[in-house]
Write a protein that binds this ligand. Sequence first.
Ligand SMILES: CC(C)(COP(=O)(O)OP(=O)(O)OC[C@H]1O[C@@H](n2cnc3c(N)ncnc32)[C@H](O)[C@@H]1OP(=O)(O)O)[C@@H](O)C(=O)NCCC(=O)NCCS
Length: 295
Amino acid sequence: MSSERIRPMTPDDLPAAQRACAATFLEADRRDRRWNDPEPEPPDEAAARAWIEGIGHHVATDPGGCWLAETDGGEIAGLAVAQNRATVWYLAVFAVLPGFQGKGVGRMLIDAALAHAGDRVCLISSSPHPGATRRYRLAGFTLHPLMRMSGRLDRSVLPKTEGLREGRPDDFEWMDALDVTLRGGPHGADHPHMLERMRLIVSSSPGERPGYVYLDANRGGPILLAAAQAETAEKLLWEALAHTSQRAAVGHITTANHWAIDVGLAARLDLGRDGYLAVRGVPEPAPYLASRHHL
Ligand SMILES: CC(C)(COP(=O)(O)OP(=O)(O)OC[C@H]1O[C@@H](n2cnc3c(N)ncnc32)[C@H](O)[C@@H]1OP(=O)(O)O)[C@@H](O)C(=O)NCCC(=O)NCCS
């Protein structure tokens, strides 16, 4: 049993928590790197600021799911950031610093974060780390293997998309209703947070099935995509790819979302493996590409 203790995380903890999380994932990414992956880099200043702002939103919105583990001397050993949004719970961050791993710290953190869930639907974007997958499965989650597509986009094959427009705050109501259908709960406060930072493209014209996609603020491409039917999802994904400025990347593809693989292959992207989408109390969402930090 470890001598580290857990306590609620506060906004003052954010800078040190960011450094702890960055160090943990840099080591994990180096270890899990495949031969054709780029060499993992520590986050730059802008990425560190974005992390603090993003996790700051979580701590401010629902502090009850945000936990830190620390030593007697006040050194951070790990953190878990989970959030309740109406009927859904999700895990945004789970990390234990390399020097503290394998001693039960992660178990204390995830138990506290999961206690916050009550009987809500639960969603996690899981890394392949054996400690993480073990904990999630033992807590009753179903693990759906994830695929991702990446590479240099062939722009000559981009189709002309019609019936899409920029999203606005007055779209959130139907977007939340679509979220409930697909993932058992709305994004709620996360929609305004994301719209302030990212471009949102929606399908909501009369006669069109609803759907939306948020675009990565730095490199374009999809961050979170939800649609009522695969045809709309494909159209939204093509539109998101058209806005990619560098190497294209499409993540969080589960087996129920082969429509995304078909689009990626047509765009000449390569298929690869990732971690797992871990769900409890809800079937595999589709057509849906989850986001890492808002699920
Ligand atoms: C995943 C992580 C948060 C787990 O934290 P931890 O403190 O190492 O985990 P614990 O020591 O509490 O162990 C959790 C369980 O997994 C097992 N476990 C831990 N590390 C393991 C490993 N490398 N191989 C196999 N099993 C392992 C433990 O025995 C324990 O199971 P048990 O309680 O039934 O015996 C931590 O290892 C980590 O930060 N990894 C890198 C980042 C990452 O992948 N985060 C998860 C994002 S979803």
